[in-house]
Design a protein around this ligand. Structure first.
Ligand SMILES: Nc1ncnc2c1ncn2[C@@H]1O[C@H](COP(=O)(O)OP(=O)(O)OP(=O)(O)O)[C@@H](O)[C@H]1O
Length: 371
């Protein structure tokens, strides 16, 4: 039996900075987290994404010591982190609410962790100014009050204060969700740059996949208290292991795949399929087989264009997305397809019946256990 006092990875050559083994959390009889196993590498930007109620906040609370797990263990390198009291953990949390002291100056806020450590005043000020300049906040902000600062500036101050703790791991609980779109986009890039500059381990939670994709080395998708998939952003986007993950990562087309009438190849309702593609799809007979195609992989075809999968549909909606246009196309049988085309390619207009197609290499086969 495994020794609960020894890190389960102590034999590995590269020790993860954080390891979670068999974590479970129950509130009364309700299971909020189950079977959570995870290894995070030193210096990684790791993001946990999941819908509301999936258990993101619960997981972060266990990691920072605000809640106690029902089962399992949490390790910081070779130390049982879950046995260290919350105020002594070498981690720091950045909240959506930021938790800054509103009636204190910017300088006092940033210096707070340094004061706790007993750093002399002059040294504290020097370090606080360095941290402020790291976040492009000029020196005169040092004496400003928090309530004189904008939302974006407060966000930067909270980050400067978090770094002043010099934590081993920084945890972020949806820190950008209250900000407007432009500011969020700017701060996403800043956070990513900050991560590269500091080399610290960041563990970030969000319900926004877009945010996760921009910043993360790896993403974990949390569903009903369990990890559904963990991998680099492009793998989660292009090769999801379930329809849940595929749909969670933006617009997608999911087609049920069945055997064709001859029983030798694959068929999808209302699509004509090339013989090569039909034969190349390896249907698992005991699983639910679904072909996933992202909107940008479906092309609007002229009458002579070829593709592995071809169908027709009527344009029901048309939405400009900057340099691309998204079309909602109704196929025979009532199914709606989502198609995106660059604006410099031939488009279509509302009500028009168009020919559409995609190739097998742009599609991804999802095979899931039938529940
Ligand atoms: N203290 C508690 N007592 C009972 N149930 C709780 C408690 N805290 C959370 N839960 C439940 O656990 C589940 C997970 O909650 P959690 O807050 O971790 O989800 P979340 O993914 O962070 O959601 P959101 O994105 O809405 O913040 C939810 O069903 C929630 O109702």
């Amino acid at each position: 039996m495994a020794d609960p006092e020894r890190s389960p990875v102590s034999v590995m050559t590269e020790l993860p900075i954080l390891q979670i083994a068999g974590l479970r959390k129950e509130y009364g009889g309700f299971v909020a987290l189950k079977d959570i196993d995870l290894k995070v590498r030193e210096g990684e930007f790791f993001t946990i994404v999941g819908p509301s109620g999936s258990g993101k906040t619960t997981l972060i609370k266990l990691l920072v010591g605000m809640e106690e797990q029902t089962e399992g263990s949490i390790w910081l390198r070779n130390t049982r982190l879950d046995r260290v009291p919350a105020n002594r953990r070498p981690t720091c949390m950045v909240f959506q609410s930021l938790a800054l002291f509103p009636h204190r100056s910017v300088g006092q806020n940033v210096e707070f962790p340094l004061k706790i450590k007993g750093m002399p005043a002059a040294e504290r000020k020097k370090r606080a100014l360095e941290l402020l300049s790291m976040f492009r906040l000029p020196e005169n902000y040092y004496g400003k009050h928090i309530n004189q600062c904008s939302g974006g500036e407060r966000q930067r101050i909270a980050l400067a204060r978090a770094l002043a703790f010099d934590p081993e791991i920084l945890f972020f609980d949806e820190p950008l969700s209250a900000l407007d779109y432009r500011l969020r986009k700017t701060l996403e890039k800043e956070l990513k740059a900050l991560h590269l500059r500091t080399g610290k381990t960041f563990i970030y939670i969000t319900h926004s996949l877009e945010e996760a994709m921009v910043m993360s080395d790896r993403i974990a998708i949390l569903r009903e208290g369990r990890f559904e998939q963990i991998g680099p952003a492009d793998e989660i986007y292009n090769r999801p292991q379930s329809c849940f993950v595929a749909s969670f990562m933006g617009d997608v087309n999911l087609f049920a795949v069945a055997r064709d009438a001859a029983g030798s190849g694959a068929a999808i309702a209302h699509f004509s399929i090339s013989a090569e593609a039909a034969a190349a799809i390896d249907i698992a007979p005991d699983k639910k087989n679904t072909l996933m195609v992202r909107p940008e992989s479906i092309r609007i075809l002229s009458e002579n264009d070829l593709a592995d999968f071809i169908t027709r549909g009527r344009v029901a909606g048309q939405y400009l997305l900057g340099s691309r246009t998204q079309y909602e196309v109704e196929q025979e049988g009532g199914r709606a397809l989502v198609v995106e085309a660059a604006n410099h390619t031939p488009g279509a207009s509302a009500g028009e019946v168009i020919r559409l197609g995609f190739d097998l290499k742009q599609a991804h086969l999802i095979q899931e256990a039938v529940s």
